[in-house]
Design a protein around this ligand. Structure first.
Ligand code: URA
Length: 189
């Protein structure tokens, strides 16, 4: 299967220097035919150790928001990151690392063909929606690009740092649920 072949090649990737410091590639996980994809920034320490996206504290918070609108990686979504390997000390990925890695995400989009893409935080939103995207000002807004609906919400790690923003994020998830009801056919079966 095409998706499995992509995963295999990603798991042995040596296209940038992050391959020297990573413990595991974090390809992403969930349903390969999902109508909804969630995209974070890049693996942190827990993700690097386990080879799975969003498994630390911010991942637990993300799972709570997802559960509230009946989504889960086991059932109906796919979760991945802009960059598939952890940058040392959690620094921002370098442009060369982004450029080396983004073809994997493009291939994931091409094979999965999601109807909705949710960017988690600024890095994903600026890379996938618009370079000057402001998550604080524009979270929860929707943009249709080439037949796919894009939105962004606050990164769960930012919500852990600033819990007062949690109600704002909750509204975004409600809006995601409404958009799923409008444009998806299988997600809430
Ligand atoms: N933060 C991210 O952006 N992605 C992960 O996978 C984990 C934490």
């Amino acid at each position: 299967m095409e998706f499995e072949a992509l995963k295999e090649s990603c798991l042995t990737c040596q296209k940038c220097g992050l391959c020297e410091t990573r413990k595991n590639v974090v390809f992403g996980e969930g349903i390969p035919t999902a109508e909804v994809m969630f995209i974070g920034e890049g693996p942190g320490q827990n993700e690097d150790e386990q080879g799975r996206p969003f498994v630390g504290r911010s991942g637990q918070l993300l799972d709570q928001y997802l559960q509230a609108i009946h989504l889960s990686r086991e059932k109906n979504i796919f979760i991945t990151n802009i960059v598939k390997c952890r940058p040392p000390e959690n620094r921002d990925p370098l442009p060369a690392e982004w450029d080396a890695c983004i073809p994997y995400l493009r291939e994931q989009f091409r094979i999965i063909r999601p109807k909705i893409i949710v960017c988690l935080g600024r890095i994903a939103a600026q890379r996938l929606i618009r370079p000057d995207f402001s998550v604080m000002k524009e979270h929860g807004q929707w943009e249709l690009k080439n037949g796919t609906w894009f939105t962004a919400t606050l990164h769960p790690a930012a919500l852990l740092r600033n819990p007062r923003s949690k109600p704002l994020a909750f509204e975004d998830y409600i809006s995601i649920r409404t958009k799923i009801e409008e444009v998806c056919t299988r997600t809430y079966l």
